[in-house]
Ligand binder design. Structure first.
Ligand code: ASP
Length: 357
């Protein structure tokens, strides 16, 4: 359920943009309850009390809250569906959307939303924080203020400056499906290793316009995709991995696709038992996607014999996709098609800027 917190009372005279804040849960929306002496979520309709700086913008800001709130470790594809349906319903009423989300799985959710919204003409900016918004040194206020400013930003023609699903964190705006959480106790919690930031907030916000994706048409409404097939497993290769473990993951009857997290440029053990299992999985009709365990760089199965064997077996390259993005892309493509060849063809394409291709 999603609760309407109404207008946060933030509209000014020179109202320029309207923003919908969607609070799903996570640290950002918490403050210390002096009685309970524990972190509890605060009433989001009172956001101006917590972040009075937002009132200095001349924006209309409304908010909605997930009920119950979700620690992002509990996030499920059904929550992504609820988010997409809410954005679809409110799409014409707002200029931009800011999703407040726990940091733990924010990169998964932002990736999923990027594939579930095709042809966006408005920003969907995820943010959160490492410290609750009520804490003295919180990073939540800055993150929220920057996210709102970016979600509201338009060019001279009135078009959104960043019509993409992004993560805004610690002064960086990153494409959502390029981002991973890399630090659990530093304010710079997210990185986008294979794509520079789309914007950086300093004294002013500097946009990297050349990298920002634009819709084919500003007039058309986006397509909101709501079919997801979650039958994906992830195999992280490591020294000492056993045939039993590999078999269970590659050949499980419930699995339609396997993301193989390989070494370096997409290399895996060249042992015969391993290659036999890869062949067996491909013969069983599994979609096999090769993603590197390296956070930066790209899979290239043509460099080493160990990578070539995978390619010859029918494993598809994930290029420089993050694991989070690969998972979301597979959920989306498999939800849209029962034909595995169609899914494999989709994996080869750059759909939402998730790969450098
Ligand atoms: N466990 C929390 C969550 O991801 C941490 C956070 O909000 O950053 O929901």
């Amino acid at each position: 359920m999603i609760t309407d917190c109404g207008n946060a009372g933030l509209s000014g005279n020179a109202e320029k943009s309207s923003i919908l804040l969607i609070y799903t849960g996570g640290t950002i929306g918490m403050k210390e309850d002096p009685v309970l002496q524990a972190l509890t979520p605060f009433d989001f309709s009172q956001i101006l009390d917590e972040v009075p700086e937002l009132g200095k913008f001349a924006y209309k800001i409304d908010s909605r809250t997930f009920d119950p709130l979700i620690d992002s470790s509990d996030i499920e594809p059904s929550n992504w569906l609820a988010l997409v349906q809410l954005i679809e319903k409110e799409y014409d009423a707002y200029d931009g959307f800011v999703v407040l989300h726990g940091t733990d799985t924010m990169a998964y959710s932002a990736s999923a939303l990027s594939f579930m919204t095709e042809g966006l003409t408005k920003p969907v900016i995820f943010t959160g924080s490492q410290l609750p918004i009520g804490a003295p040194r919180t990073d939540g206020k800055e993150n929220l203020i920057s996210a709102v400013e970016i979600a509201a930003a338009k060019d001279a023609d009135g078009h959104a400056l960043v019509p993409e699903v992004c993560i805004c964190f610690d002064n960086l705006l990153m494409r959502g499906n390029r981002t991973s959480k890399v630090n659990s106790d530093n304010f710079r919690a997210f990185r986008s290793e294979n794509l520079p930031p789309l914007a950086e907030a300093g004294i002013s916000i500097r946009y990297n316009s050349a990298l920002i994706r634009k819709p084919l048409s500003w007039e058309d409404r986006p397509i909101f995709h709501t079919n997801l097939d979650t039958r994906v497993s992830i195999l992280k290769i490591h020294p000492g991995i056993t045939p039993q473990v590999v078999r269970n993951i590659l050949c499980g009857p419930e699995t339609r696709a396997v993301i193989m997290e390989t070494y370096g440029a997409g290399n895996a053990p060249s042992k015969q038992w391993f290659l036999d299992l890869v062949h067996e999985a491909v013969e069983k009709g599994k979609i096999m996607l090769n993603i590197s365990q390296c956070r930066a760089g790209c899979v290239n199965m043509d460099i080493y014999a160990t990578g070539k064997c995978l390619k010859d077996a029918g494993v598809v390259s994930g290029y420089d996709c993050t694991t989070e993005s690969a998972l979301a892309k597979l959920f989306h493509l498999m939800g849209e098609s029962r034909d595995n060849n169609e899914v494999k063809a989709g994996l080869e394409r750059n759909l939402r800027g998730e790969i450098s291709k």
